[in-house]
Design a protein around this ligand. Structure first.
Ligand SMILES: Nc1ncnc2c1ncn2[C@@H]1O[C@H](COP(=O)(O)OP(=O)(O)O)[C@@H](O)[C@H]1O
Ligand SMILES: [Mg+2]
Length: 209
């Protein structure tokens, strides 16, 4: 039986028989032509990236079907809890949170090794698979391909800010583990982390001005 699992700002997600349908819905506050273009583009990007990742073994949903006319994707359902909820529930058992964050850092490095920038790395876009006990990444609508150090640094910067806004008490320790995991798996980690500091300084400067 079809069940709504999420009504986000951009899309309605429903579940039926192990399949998730993600339908990007009209936004009346946007110009209709721009709205349609954006929804098509994000649907196309998400399908393209999931297609690229399918052959790599990267933990993300498999693409089943894409329909650009109705701006709808069908992907397989990842059973488990959002990493957001796992971190909230385990704040006091920090060892478990830190271990999860290290894994996230390793997976971001893995994604970057294919030149894929997620661009929406939040703990609501990660699911801890209940059987495989590993983190799956979802929501690739803003993703793109790039080999630039700057884009990788911004990806990590967005993750830091997501941690600070949703898990501020443990964000610093969590992010240190993200960087440790990233450094283990990325050959360019040093350059990316140096650039991350520049991105952070730029952000602080903008906020202060
Ligand atoms: N493949 C999936 N398996 C299980 N749950 C999913 C899946 N895709 C999305 N979800 C759930 O739906 C929510 C919203 O999906 P997401 O792709 O992140 O869209 P949005 O653009 O609304 O953030 C996720 O936070 C997650 O709870
Ligand atoms: Mg999302």
């Amino acid at each position: 039986m079809k069940k709504i699992i999420s009504r986000g700002a951009e899309a309605i997600l429903s579940y039926d028989n192990k399949i998730v349908t993600k339908e990007r819905v009209k936004k009346n506050y946007r110009h209709p032509v721009l709205d349609e273009r954006l929804r098509k583009l994000r649907t196309r990007h998400e399908a393209r990236i999931l297609g690229m990742l399918a052959a790599t073994g990267f933990p993300c949903p498999k693409l089943i079907r894409v329909d650009e006319i109705t701006t709808t994707l069908q992907i397989d359902h990842i059973p488990g809890k959002l990493v957001k909820h796992v971190l909230e529930e385990n704040e006091k058992n920090s060892a478990q949170c830190l271990c999860l964050c290290k894994e996230i850092g390793q997976k971001v490095a893995w994604l970057h090794s294919f030149n894929i920038i997620h661009h929406d790395l939040t703990t609501s876009n990660m699911i801890l698979h209940e059987k495989k006990k590993e983190v799956f990444f979802i929501d690739f609508g803003l993703s793109f391909t790039s080999s630039k150090i700057e884009d990788r640094a911004v990806d990590l910067h967005l993750l830091l800010h997501a941690l600070e806004s949703k898990h501020h008490r443990i964000a610093e320790a969590c992010f240190a583990e993200v960087l440790a995991g990233y450094s283990e798996k990325s050959k360019q980690a040093e350059e990316v982390i140096d650039r991350l500091h520049v991105v952070e300084r730029r952000g602080r400067y903008k906020q202060g001005s």
